[in-house]
Write a protein that binds this ligand. Structure first.
Ligand code: C2E
Ligand code: CA
Ligand code: CA
Length: 814
């Protein structure tokens, strides 16, 4: 195309002397011609150039020379060829070019454009045929068509498609290429592709190439090159396909960075469980470097399950490869320094379109801290914070388990209730800090003294419980109690002091009878412990039939109390209090009485604690107060001698804690008309010891009203006189136990004398309780006691019965 047709001279041998000259000059030109040149004379071929030989696939001129020209023309085209030649009469006449088909020696057919020229060959007429191979034109035609199709196609694809010619100049540059390289097709056209795209991969391969664009943006482009070849297998150029991987690479990098920076460990295993990748957190958590991790099998790492058994989760993980997921499986392992490490593992298959097993993604989170916190929480919820012993809920659970075991005929069940004997004294005299230390040491000793499977707990205060399921008979239970107690008998060394605390214990050996509850056992053990205290402390008591009867009676009293309140089974007895100096009754103490319809007279010493437990003491106490006031006002107004009579009413701890107490007392005084100064409240030492802010405030308020306070049963508690100074009280009542034996026991007499001296030193009046003998009264008179109260000077009784004593005319009543 575009190539000028070669026109040979009219006579190819013109001006040439010899045929050999011809050969030299014509051949020289003819052999260079890209067109086939064939000369035939009389129909026989006399010359064919190299291109002509090639057209008929003749390797050698000898195969063609002297052959008829028709041998090589398709039979259907011979006629038209001969007709055209005939027309060429004049030498130099040239035919119209016509397409004919050549039949090559190998039988293949090709289409050529043939032009015939009448000429002479060595002086004789001849025909020269110029054969132009049309395959190139056909190919070019097709190429044009293809190029159009390519342009249409490449306009709409996301890949950049760039065509270059043989010299590497851009001939086509699609819109995607414009976008990738930031260069319009007009700008790119005709420019060498190398500088535009950078280094290209070898033909047939693809490569990722970093490329800085004109706008300085760096793009990563995957480039592949394929060569274009023409019909002769000559390279005519190349097509370069490029795809922009920048965004995807950036996303991949970001993803990798995110995974790398995750707190969570991420491991990807292949379908067979071999670790293929691991992020830094996974390396840290699993304590293995990447090199050790990648290529190894997760199962082989030393791990254990939550219960401490070797890790068998591998099977579960294997299941993941078949499409299951695993959520929050807990796995334990050793940390870098051998410390326990707990991981929560979740696993998910990377389900791909293929068949299972699939690759698996595992994520690990370190839950060690969380587990420790949870364990601490659990410990806090189940343990006494001071001693770390089991708390009440754990004790109750141990008892429930024990009771259930008994029903299954397993084991035994023994409960030991331990209460320290002299803890209050330690706490009050040495402070809570030392008190807490004693409790801690007690806990430690009990733990050592108890059996390895026994539950040792603290109920609160100085009350401890030991639950033993290996102790099933009375002998063993008593031995256990003795062992626990003697562990506490030895003095405690705290800083530079030796403290003797001691303990009383109650023991219950649970029987197999149904219906016992944990609370029943605790109550029974408590009852037995109280019994031990009553029997003089520092001992243990077994809960037995008698105690059970006592407990049953307490239960019954508790149930009957409320009814008793509404059916007036209660009444108030009055006991005279005599002033030693004048011998006159100056006061009475109101003492509650209960005439039970079945049980007869029940002692307040027995039912007051029960009423305290149920809270009924509040109503009952008010009832006593009201009646005491009414009676005292009546006596005061009826008898001039009793004008200044005062009355003492016992106050229980529960009442003192009642926020309405002061208001109610004031109301009673108003209602009855008794002056506040005529009312005494008796409180026990232990109530003072409780020392809660609110009870101290209530006592101050009562005193502010003008009411006087005395300490009841003085000497049985552990308060010192110095301690009493802190509380504003007006009088002391020395406990009956000191008075009872003072005439026989010199030591008791000394104690009474000392108390009197010290109390007077503090400006307190002193009342001696339980004076039964004249001897006692004489000694008390000698010691300067202010007042006495006892059977000697008047038993508690009904108002009418007591009145003669109050008036100083007991004989009149008799
Ligand atoms: P308490 O306050 O120490 O009362 C004195 C107790 O000693 C009374 O016993 C009284 O009857 C008894 N008693 C008096 N003189 C003698 C004596 O010479 N020899 C002997 N052996 N005993 C004597 P009671 O009435 O049985 O009261 C026992 C305890 O019950 C009282 O001890 C008091 O703590 C409590 N109580 C009685 N009534 C009430 C009350 O109304 N409210 C409260 N909260 N407690 C009360
Ligand atoms: Ca009293
Ligand atoms: Ca008393």
């Amino acid at each position: 195309m575009g190539q000028e047709t070669f026109h040979p001279p009219h006579d190819l041998t013109e001006g040439i002397g010899s045929p050999d000259d011809l050969g030299d000059r014509y051949r020289l030109l003819a052999e260079l011609s890209p067109d086939g040149l064939v000369v035939h004379q009389g129909g026989l071929i006399v010359y064919a150039n190299r291109a002509g030989l090639a057209l008929v696939a003749a390797r050698d001129a000898a195969l063609v020379l002297d052959q008829s020209i028709t041998t090589f023309v398709h039979p259907d085209d011979i006629g038209q060829m001969l007709a055209r030649i005939k027309k060429l009469e004049q030498p130099g006449a040239v035919s119209e070019p016509a397409e004919i088909r050549l039949v090559a020696l190998d039988g293949s057919i090709s289409v050529v454009e043939s032009t015939s020229v009448r000429t002479t060959w060595q002086g004789r007429p001849a025909m020269q045929v110029i054969l132009r191979d049309l395959r190139d034109f056909k190919a070019a035609e097709t190429a044009l068509l293809h190029q159009a199709a390519l342009a249409a196609m490449s306009a709409n694809v996301s890949e950049g498609i760039i065509a270059v010619d043989r010299l590497g100049l851009v001939t086509s540059w699609n819109p995607a290429a414009e976008a990738i390289y930031g260069l319009s097709s007009a700008e790119a056209a005709g420019r060498p592709v190398g500088p535009l795209l950078g280094p290209l991969p070898p033909v047939g391969q693809s490569r990722e190439v970093q490329h800085q664009r004109g706008d300085r943006q760096v793009v990563t482009v995957r480039v592949s090159v394929s060569q274009l070849r023409d019909a002769h297998d000559q390279c005519t150029g190349a097509v370069i396909v490029c795809s922009d991987r920048t965004a995807q690479l950036r996303a991949e990098q970001q993803y990798a960075m995110v995974v790398a920076s995750l707190e969570e460990g991420i491991v990807v295993t292949g379908a067979t469980g071999v670790i293929e990748s691991a992020n830094p957190s996974a390396e840290r958590l699993l304590g293995q470097g990447r090199n050790r991790l990648v290529g190894s099998v997760l199962d082989r790492l030393p791990m254990w399950a939550e219960d401490g058994t070797p890790f068998t989760g591998g099977n579960r993980l294997n299941g993941v490869a078949f499409g299951r997921t695993v959520q929050d499986m807990v796995v334990g392992m050793h940390g870098k320094y051998g410390e326990p490490l707990w991981l929560s593992v979740s696993a998910q298959p990377m389900v791909d379109p293929g068949e299972p097993p699939y690759p698996v993604v595992l994520s690990f989170t370190d839950i060690t801290k969380r587990r420790i916190a949870a364990a601490l929480l659990l410990h806090d919820a189940t343990h006494d914070p001071l001693t770390s012993l089991a708390n009440r809920s754990v004790i109750v659970r141990a008892l429930d388990d024990g009771l259930a075991g008994l029903q299954r005929d397993e084991d035994g069940l023994t409960v030991v209730f331990i209460d320290l004997d002299h803890f209050k004294a330690v706490n009050d005299s040495l402070g809570h800090g030392i008190g807490d230390e004693v409790l801690r040491l007690v806990a430690e000793r009990l733990r050592l003294a108890a059996g390895p499977h026994d539950v040792v707990g603290r109920l609160g205060g100085d009350e401890f419980i030991v639950v033993s399921r290996t102790t099933s008979d009375v002998v063993a239970a008593t031995a256990l109690a003795a062992r626990l107690r003697s562990a506490l008998d030895e003095p405690f060394r705290i800083v530079d002091r030796l403290l003797v605390v001691g303990a009383s214990a109650g023991v219950v050996v649970a029987g197999r009878q149904v219906g016992n509850t944990a609370e029943d056992l605790l109550r029974d053990a408590d009852v037995a412990m109280y019994q031990a205290k009553e029997h003089g402390r520092g001992r243990h008591e077994l809960f037995d039939a008698e105690l059970r009867a006592g407990a049953v009676r307490r239960l019954r009293l508790g149930e009957d109390l409320r009814m008793a309140l509404y059916t007036n089974q209660f009444w108030v007895a009055h006991q005279p209090v005599i002033e030693v100096r004048s011998g006159r009754v100056v006061s009475t103490e109101a003492l509650l009485r209960w005439d039970h319809p079945d049980l007869g007279s029940v002692s307040p010493a027995e039912f007051i604690p029960v009423a305290e437990e149920s809270g009924l003491i509040l109503a009952l106490g008010l009832r006593v107060l009201e009646e005491a006031c009414v009676q005292t006002v009546a006596w005061r107004s009826a008898h001039p001698r009793l004008r200044d009579l005062t009355v003492a009413v016992n106050l229980s701890a529960r009442q003192l804690a009642d926020p309405y107490l002061v208001r109610e007392v004031e109301a009673v005084l108003r209602r009855t008309g008794l002056p506040a100064g005529a009312l005494w409240f008796e409180i026990t030492e232990s109530m003072l010891m409780a020392d809660t802010d609110s009870s101290v405030r209530v006592l101050q308020e009562l005193r502010g009203c003008g009411i006087q306070l005395s300490i009841d049963d003085f000497g049985t508690g552990y308060s010192s006189l110095a301690y009493l100074r802190r509380f504003a009280v007006d009088a002391l009542k020395i406990d009956r136990s000191f008075i009872m034996s003072m005439q026989d026991d010199a030591e008791d007499a000394v104690i009474v004398g000392t108390v009197l001296t010290l109390a007077h030193g503090l400006g307190l009046r002193v009342v001696a309780e339980g004076v039964e003998l004249q001897e006692q009264l004489d000694m008390l008179t000698e010691l300067g006691c202010d007042e006495v109260q006892g059977y000697l000077t008047g038993r508690p009784g009904r108002a009418a019965d007591v009145l003669p004593i109050l008036l100083g005319t007991p004989n009149a009543a008799a």
